[in-house]
Write a protein that binds this ligand. Structure first.
Ligand SMILES: [Mg+2]
Length: 282
């Protein structure tokens, strides 16, 4: 029998090192439990236009660049119908631009009202640092908004090693560009060693599109949309109903893991490191 090991086998290469970079989202992940700040302002901007929207409608495109987000709200059929009823014509690019220009100062004015760190953030960051992970971050916020968040976070003891927002890249989420900027800035050798953590579906896709691992946070952010005290006051059965709805949707979008909040991340990191040692890829 003729046989060639060189021709008839290929050999695959696998990264077997540790996690080197954790990339955290901002609102709904490390601060602003319930991701309230942007949702409130989207409602305000549409109300000023005479086309009020519900907070649920405001939350649907969460995670995107804020101007893209406003455009996506105008494409929600229920909103579009009410817009045409009120204004007599379809929303245009000029309408989106005008609302975005109104959005920016309103958002900057109220960000600090919602900038409390999410419980568990400082403890998890400390453990990550002990393990030698670098801490990157990304956000759908623009530079002026991020500067406010960064200053408020630093006051509370959280300062990531790098931060890139939707204004720093050609394309925001779900593109992986902001994660890739973190990888370059923090000198990370390969995408297999990178974990992205986010409270939105588009933020999960951002991590996957960059080639790394992705963890969804089901409870602390946009998907539930309640502040910490409101969430804690819910009956256990209601909390479970939220989990039963959100966990499958995040897994379906491709998340490797879904947990309630940042406080639950360490076991996921242990599992990812075990999988990397076995030669698994994201
Ligand atoms: Mg978020």
């Amino acid at each position: 029998m003729q046989f060639s090991f060189e021709r008839e086998f290929t050999y695959s290469r696998a990264y077997r090192g540790p996690i080197r970079l954790v990339v955290l989202d901002w609102a709904g992940t490390t601060m602003d439990f319930g991701c309230m700040a942007p949702a409130v302002v989207f409602c305000e901007v549409f109300a000023e236009e005479g086309v009020p929207i519900s907070i649920e409608e405001a939350r649907i495109p969460m995670g995107a660049h804020k101007k893209v987000h406003i455009g996506l709200i105008t494409e929600i059929p229920s909103v579009r119908r009410r817009w045409v009823e009120t204004k007599g014509s379809e929303p245009t690019e000029a309408d989106v631009t005008r609302m975005f220009e109104r959005f920016v100062p309103l958002q900057e004015a109220c960000l600090s009202d919602y900038s409390t760190l999410i419980p568990g953030t400082l403890e998890v960051i400390a453990q990550c640092r002990q393990r030698g992970y670098k801490i990157g971050s990304t956000s759908g916020y623009l530079p002026g908004m991020l500067a406010i968040n960064q200053a408020d976070a630093t006051k509370q003891g959280y300062t990531p090693d790098a931060t890139f927002g939707a204004g720093d890249v050609p394309r925001g989420r779900p593109f992986g560009h902001m994660v890739l900027r973190n990888i370059v800035a923090l000198d990370i050798p390969c995408v297999q060693s990178v974990v992205k953590i986010d409270d939105t579906l588009t933020g999960i896709e951002e991590g996957l599109n960059a080639g790394g691992w992705a963890i969804g946070l089901a409870i602390s952010g946009n998907e539930v949309g309640l502040q910490y005290d409101e969430w804690m006051a819910l009956p256990e059965a209601t909390k479970q109903k939220h989990r039963d709805r959100i966990y499958p949707s995040m897994y379906q979008r491709g998340a490797h893991y879904v947990v309630d909040s940042i406080a639950d991340l360490m076991p996921c990191f242990d599992d990812i490191e075990a999988r990397l040692r076995r030669g698994e890829k994201p």
